[in-house]
Ligand binder design. Structure first.
Ligand SMILES: [Zn+2]
Length: 322
């Protein structure tokens, strides 16, 4: 009789251990990049050159990519039929690009160098361009790109107000680009889980234009082929994701097959509107459902993990795994 009790106690203890292990070996984390990809790239195009509309936007749309176009309002053409500067885009073209999901944003109304103008002049250059972009395309810029990449601490403070980020790092992609160094750049981003910000001006003409533009198109095709590892999106979306990711705290409670996750984020919810990707690292999950409030979240089940996007401002996430 005693032996039987011993066996029953052992069985109960073992099943307790199995349960304790199964709930402990689940790790809940926010993905470094959307979709838990290895790295991210934003392609940014400066100065509003016409080729950004005629060549870049169509190629990006063909690949399913979206770019960031930082423009100077003073150079943008009002008249589509008789443009004042044939090398630059028109407001109508920019509105069409924004409508297709590209980011059209602020590079200063007249490209004023932060190091050579007063703070009041810089302020006016920034605000005037915000108003021009808002009144012509209906979207308020949420990022900023420093003209000539010149920055001063006071100027950066003004340029950063009411924005999700400003361009403080960039990698030139243009006249000096070779297929080898572009490939090395991408491979390094993948290995180091970094965010690359490409900076391009001219494609076939103008400042820093490519010696051979085909190099750029080939590079984009290669990145497309590695899309499972690389998140390509606008500067605004990726910088927002990173800020939200780095400032969100998760409180996780596990109970059998249920996981309750309470996210806490104290950024400005009107500016930071990107969903974050949650990752549950666990092998062999067959079924998973997730909801945030009353909203059902779309869950992706992989052999070693479960992924879903959630809104870090939207309260408790309830997850059930089987
Ligand atoms: Zn510029």
């Amino acid at each position: 009789m005693k032996n039987w009790w011993f066996i029953i106690v052992c069985m109960l203890f073992n099943s307790y251990l199995a349960f304790a292990q199964s709930s402990q070996d689940i790790s809940v984390r926010i993905a470094k990049y959307k979709g838990d990809k290895n790295c991210a790239i934003s392609y940014t195009f400066d100065d509003g050159l016409k080729e950004h509309y005629t060549l870049v936007a169509p190629k990006f749309e063909e690949l399913g990519f979206r770019g960031t176009f930082w423009i100077n309002g003073i150079k943008i053409n009002e008249n589509e039929n008789a443009p004042a500067d044939t090398t630059r885009m028109t407001w109508g073209q920019l509105k069409e690009m924004a409508g297709n999901g590209h980011e059209v944003s602020n590079h200063g109304w007249a490209h004023k160098n932060f190091g050579r103008h007063t703070l009041d002049e810089i302020k006016e250059d920034i605000y005037k361009n915000d108003s021009a972009i808002f009144s012509n395309i209906g979207i308020m810029p949420r990022t900023f790109c420093y003209p000539h990449n010149t920055k001063t601490p006071e100027g950066m403070k003004i340029a950063s107000e009411n924005r999700v980020g400003t361009r403080t790092k960039q990698r030139s992609i243009g006249s000096k680009s070779t297929p080898e160094d572009l490939e090395k750049w991408v491979n390094t981003l993948i290995e180091t889980n970094d965010w690359g910000v490409g900076m391009t001006h001219g494609i076939t003409y103008g400042y820093d234009a490519f010696v051979n533009p085909q190099r750029f198109w080939n590079h984009l095709d290669k990145v497309k082929a590695m899309e499972d590892k690389i998140w390509v999106d606008t500067f605004e979306k990726i910088v927002s994701y990173i800020e939200e990711r780095d400032n969100t705290e998760l409180k996780v409670t596990k109970k059998k097959n249920d996981i309750i996750i309470v996210p806490k984020l104290s950024l400005n919810k009107d500016l930071f509107v990107q969903p974050l990707t949650m990752v549950i690292d666990k092998k062999g999950i067959k079924k998973a459902t997730a909801k945030q409030g009353k909203k059902k979240l779309e869950v992706q089940i992989h052999p070693d993990k479960v992924l879903f996007d959630f809104d870090p401002f939207d309260g408790t996430v309830q997850l059930n795994l089987k």
